[in-house]
Design a protein. Structure first.
Length: 266
């Protein structure tokens, strides 16, 4: 009975058949397996192995990102924000009183999505009643957008606020509540300081919070043509009454500082 064949070294299976045979013969002669180094290039090592753990992208840590510098608001943006915050009711009122885009489109002053220059009692104006300054007629010859008209309106209200503070005095202006300030600003915006100075009784009533006096003296008039008799500015007067006076009809006196005294009484 022949001795059982020696087990074949698995590494030998990777070699050529004739080499395997020679190695097996050597093992049989020696009686023990021979260490055979694996070949340098085998099918097993033909391709590189994939890493067991894929690389993980870096996740930014909250709070450590570099903050992008924010652009500083322009002077116009600051004015718009302030006016809208303090006088939002006045802004909406003036747009209606001077003519919205829809209203001016019916009169031919709003075309192609832009406000056009029009005649305002002998003076060139554009947008929401903005009287053109020197050089603006050429700058606005192609019209302005609604956004531009609103920005100009905000700037004009801010100018009217400065003039109103001079009209009432710094302390007198500070003593007015927001409602009376808006009434004064409409007059200053619409008339200018010279004509507003003629409304002494109205100004005195605003200072004193006298609703009866305000009701009696709020109406404005205008001359359709130079030298023509003055007629009531009815649409604006009616809108002024509805916006500013009607909400106060339930009380005869607007809250005010009694230490303030009216000046320049008639």
């Amino acid at each position: 009975m022949s001795a059982p064949a020696a087990p074949i070294d698995p590494r030998l299976q990777l070699l050529q058949p004739e080499v395997q045979q020679a190695m097996l013969q050597q093992q049989e002669n020696a009686g023990e397996p021979t260490d055979v180094p694996p070949p340098e290039h085998t099918a097993i090592d033909a391709e590189p192995r994939e890493p067991l753990i894929a690389s993980v992208p870096k996740v930014p840590v909250p709070g450590k990102e570099k903050a992008k510098p924010q652009a500083k608001p322009t002077q116009g943006e600051l004015i718009t924000k302030q006016v809208q915050s303090n006088y939002n009711r006045l802004v909406n009122y003036l747009k209606k009183a001077e003519g919205t885009a829809q209203a001016q489109a019916q009169m031919g002053f709003f075309k192609g999505g832009r406000f056009r220059i029009y005649d305002d009692v002998g003076e060139p104006a554009i947008g929401y009643g903005h009287r053109l300054l020197p050089g603006e007629e050429r700058a606005y010859k192609n019209g302005i957008t609604e956004e531009e008209a609103t920005r100009i309106l905000m700037t004009d209200i801010k100018k009217a606020e400065v003039l109103s503070e001079k009209h009432f005095g710094k302390k007198g202006w500070a003593a007015l509540d927001p409602h009376r300030k808006e009434m004064a600003l409409d007059f200053m915006y619409n008339l200018g300081p010279g004509s507003f100075a003629k409304f002494k009784s109205f100004s005195r009533s605003l200072r004193m919070g006298d609703l009866k006096g305000i009701r009696a003296k709020y109406k404005r008039h205008y001359s359709p043509e130079p030298g023509a008799p003055k007629v009531p500015l009815k649409p604006r007067n009616d809108l002024f009454y509805k916006t500013f006076i009607m909400p106060l009809e339930t009380q005869e006196v607007i809250p005010y500082d009694p230490s303030r005294r009216a000046k320049n009484e008639e």
